[in-house]
Design a binder for this molecule. Structure first.
Ligand code: ZN
Length: 356
């Protein structure tokens, strides 16, 4: 177990180095709060009115008014999960879980910050004492105090208010830090959708398969009966820096008809229903927003019936269904149904077509 944990920490740290180098924090970016680079002073200049809006009362009291939470009251005090601790005001990554120790002082304690400059210090003469205050190097938020009585080789004890911290477990953190994302889409016959996305820039792989049903490991024949409730889907792994989730969905809504219930052209049945299987809140929100925008702009004559549904499992389809268009270009279906969709994609999204 110990060995596994060590390997995990190594992997986590590797990501952290890349993550810090990029200076990006997805959540902070989502909040429009810029990057978590300590040299970026934009967050330092935010007025109180800004912080009153984005922080709750308890956070404001501790982070902006330099308050202290009651000892033994913080929700992260006893947290022993693997992951990272970020500034709860701006998302700046401050500590990793492997530097946390139980100091018995009543506040989360760490023996080292994640990298130099993530935290800034100032001498604090309040309460008739001389202490070293620690603050977030990105937003200036009050974290707690630093003492020289740590039990490890660093000799340090970063004593931090739980309220000033936000914990992100290792898996989510790695996902956040990665440029690679996965999306599963149903838009009628998977041969068509797969062929289109295989041509799209930024798409690393597009595989045909089945999702959303109630039978494990279904066959194509079983799915075709409509009794398993599966959808023919394409699982797309893509590089968000080249094609975003929005880009992928724009193509999706261009190359299939999202207004026909359980039907796509001549293909009829629940396995041809239009559906976006989301894996996280960001994907769900992007899908819902795009559908709302398309409805608002009245892009289609009829209402959109595309379902936005939580992803659970993807079963890869049989080999004969993979790269179907590529391997069967001369067949009637490919020429009559897939080819026009590809041409539409290539015409509408010229700059998104992979160069051959
Ligand atoms: Zn901060």
């Amino acid at each position: 177990m110990k060995r596994v944990k060590t390997i995990f920490n190594h992997v986590l740290l590797s990501f952290l180095v890349i993550f810090s180098a990029c200076g990006q924090n997805q959540k902070a970016m989502d909040k429009g709060q810029g990057n978590a680079n300590s040299t970026d002073s934009s967050m330092m200049d935010k007025p109180d009115s800004y912080w009153k809006k984005v922080l709750n009362d308890e956070q404001y009291y501790i982070l902006r008014e330099k308050g202290t939470e009651q000892p033994y009251s913080g929700k992260l005090l006893m947290n022993k999960d693997s992951g990272v601790y970020k500034c709860s005001a701006c998302g700046n990554v401050l500590f990793t879980s492997d530097r946390k120790f139980d100091s018995h002082c009543g506040w989360p304690s760490f023996d080292e910050e994640v990298a130099g400059g993530k935290i800034i210090t100032k001498t604090d003469f309040s309460h008739g004492m001389s202490r070293t205050e620690i603050m977030c190097g990105h937003c200036g938020g009050h974290l707690g105090h630093l003492f020289d009585d740590g039990p490890t080789s660093t000799g340090k004890r970063y004593c931090v208010n739980s309220v000033s911290l936000e914990f992100t477990d290792a898996k989510s953190f790695v996902e956040e830090a990665s440029n690679i994302d996965t999306l599963t889409l149903g838009g009628g016959c998977f041969w068509c959708i797969e062929a289109v996305f295989q041509q799209m820039k930024g798409v690393i792989s597009a595989e045909s398969g089945y999702s959303g049903g109630n039978v494990a490991n279904p066959t194509y024949a079983e799915v075709c009966t409509g009794n398993t409730n599966h959808v023919e889907v394409v699982q797309i792994i893509f590089d968000k820096n080249i094609s975003s989730m929005e880009d992928i969905l724009k193509v999706f809504f261009t190359v299939h008809n999202p207004t026909t219930m359980d039907k796509q052209g001549a293909d009829e049945g629940t396995q041809y229903r239009s559906v976006i299987f989301y894996r996280n809140e960001n994907q769900r929100k992007t899908a819902v927003d795009i559908i709302a925008a398309l409805e608002k702009e009245k892009v289609y004559d009829d209402p959109i019936v595309t379902k936005v549904q939580e992803f659970s499992v993807f079963y890869k389809a049989e080999l004969s269904h993979q790269d179907y268009y590529e391997n069967n270009k001369n067949k009637g279906y490919c020429q009559m149904v897939i080819q026009p969709k590809l041409e539409k994609f290539e015409k509408v999204f010229k700059d998104k077509v992979k160069s051959r």
